[in-house]
Design a protein around this ligand. Structure first.
Ligand SMILES: [Fe+2]
Length: 525
């Protein structure tokens, strides 16, 4: 009994519980990008916010109780009510910590692990800045022994270094990937990434004249991004060599700037596609599973160009998610030497960075036509797959209007070649408005499309082959084959496709990441 009483009166219990109480809201808050699903499940719109509020209140109350004990305010902590308060807040701390761990494990074991880690880093930085001064005020007077004061001093020094690193970069500046050469339908956009903010440029020589083309906005160099895109005319890059470069920008002012190291790449030689015989690597829905995608791609063999069909991550809350899963991944496939077509997936329409991807990749629009060799592509953007009013979108989308605008554009679109392929993340073009779906398909039929390649369903098959509503829809377009290229399958494997074009036919193949050939199919033009 006495031991129990002593334990309740000791500093150990509230101190340990305080650590749990502080960690719990940080772990939970870092999962906020998926809170909407929790709130929808429990049918209480602000459930997670109430939970977070309770966690913070509990941490504050327990912090106060611990400080009272640490500073030896005997008249207060000897009261029974003090022990009761310690027990209640301690039990709550354990419960909240378990809740925080559950959020943590749930996120880290899914494709949202990268987003969770980035949110956690941000939350930790914020928490340290908020908690440190409070901690010092409450506990420094209690630190009367040398060891405790030393530990506290070390903590202060570490936090100061972290703060300093925000002012003076401590790591070396690097280009983190090979560039991608995106065909935008009107020129090439050369896209690459650096590990910190900086300028971006491309250097080459064309017809004896040297060019240094910058990533800029109205003449002002872009430097608030780790992604750099430079638009270059087709003829300047075709069969030409180029280098990419960047200068680190630490701060820029109205008058002057503070810049760091300048870095340049080795030379890349770009080979455009031409003529009849062209092989494409087609990938969709990699959802952060880059290793599995690379395993499947290793069975594809050589290819001349790349088609990215979207859904790189579960969402784009941070620029880093686009860097890793689109820019670096794309660069690893084309190595700066092959053209790439990018089709936006519905998961790239979600999150704070979603509205910045278009500019970051140097595109004018996510829908366009591109003529490559003797073939033309109609690149479409199906946007989100639910109505804009869905709670998942948090009132931040207007894809209903966007898709209608795209279909209006499509009605006036034209292509150079008579052999045409349509690309859309969702094969229906619109999953929300049936009339736009029909209008879109009517237009790709008018343009002469022979094939529609899509992802989104995480399946590898010819659409409509098993009858049902898909076959019913496609029966109106007998001249067009619709193909789902694979991606991250529901069994956890990954499937990549290869499309070989020749003057007579389109030859499709699909490979799983264990080497299994899943499908082959030939379509005559
Ligand atoms: Fe997907």
């Amino acid at each position: 009994m006495k031991t129990k009483k002593n334990f309740l009166k000791s500093i150990t219990l509230p101190a340990v519980m305080l650590v749990l109480a502080v960690i719990a809201p940080i772990l939970s808050y870092a999962a906020r990008s998926t809170w909407v699903f929790v709130n929808l499940t429990v049918k209480f719109e602000i459930f997670t916010y109430v939970l977070l509020g309770l966690m913070i209140v509990n941490a504050i109350v327990l912090g106060g109780l611990t400080a009272i004990r640490a500073n030896k305010f005997d008249s207060i902590y000897s009261k029974k009510s003090f022990s009761v308060a310690i027990v209640i807040t301690s039990l709550l701390s354990i419960a909240f910590f378990i809740a925080g761990l559950s959020f943590s494990f749930g996120m880290l074991s899914s494709e949202s692990a990268q987003a969770y880690t980035l949110y956690l880093k941000k939350s930790l930085e914020d928490a340290v800045l908020i908690a440190l001064p409070i901690f010092l005020v409450l506990f420094y007077p209690a630190c009367n022994c040398k060891t405790k004061r030393s530990i506290l001093s070390v903590v202060v020094i570490v936090i100061s270094i972290l703060g300093l690193s925000k002012l003076i970069p401590l790591d070396s500046y690097k280009i983190t990937c090979d560039p991608s050469v995106l065909d935008t339908g009107k020129d090439y956009s050369i896209v690459f990434a650096t590990n910190d903010f900086g300028t971006g440029y491309v250097e080459y020589e064309y017809k004896g004249k040297p060019y240094k083309v910058y990533d800029h906005q109205g003449g002002r160099l872009s430097s608030d991004s780790k992604i750099h895109s430079v638009n270059v005319p087709y003829e300047h890059l075709n069969n030409n060599s180029y280098k990419i470069g960047s200068v680190r920008v630490i701060e820029q002012y109205s008058y002057g700037s503070r810049t760091g190291k300048e870095i340049t790449s080795d030379e890349y030689t770009f080979t455009p596609v031409k003529g009849d015989d062209i092989t494409y690597l087609v990938v969709s829905d990699w959802h952060t599973y880059l290793d599995r995608a690379h395993e499947a791609i290793s069975y594809i063999g050589d290819y001349d160009a790349v088609i990215l069909l979207g859904d790189a991550t579960p969402g784009v809350d941070f620029e880093e998610q686009v860097v890793t899963n689109i820019v670096e991944f794309s660069g690893s496939l084309s190595k700066g030497t092959l053209p790439t077509l990018y089709v936006r997936g519905n998961h790239e329409t979600r999150g704070e960075y979603a509205g910045k991807i278009l500019n970051a990749l140097g595109l004018d629009e996510f829908y366009y036509t591109a003529d490559m060799g003797n073939y033309s592509f109609v690149v479409l953007d199906s946007g989100e797959d639910k109505d804009d009013s869905h709670p998942e979108y948090g009132g931040m989308t207007d894809y209903n209007t966007y898709r209608a605008d795209m279909i209006e554009w499509l009605k006036g679109a034209d292509v150079k070649n008579d052999k045409v392929i349509a690309l859309s993340h969702s094969w229906r073009i619109s999953d929300v408005e049936p009339e736009l779906s029909v209008a879109g398909w009517n237009e790709i039929e008018r343009l002469g499309a022979k094939l529609m390649i899509s992802g989104h369903h995480h399946q590898c098959r010819l659409i409509g082959a098993n009858g049902g509503s898909e076959a019913e829809f496609l029966s109106a377009y007998p001249g067009i084959t619709a193909y789902l290229d694979g991606g991250k399958m529901n069994d956890g494997t990954y499937v990549a496709s290869k499309m070989t074009l020749s003057s007579d036919e389109i030859y499709l193949e699909a490979f799983r990441n264990n080497g299994e050939k899943l499908l082959e199919h030939t379509i005559k033009w």
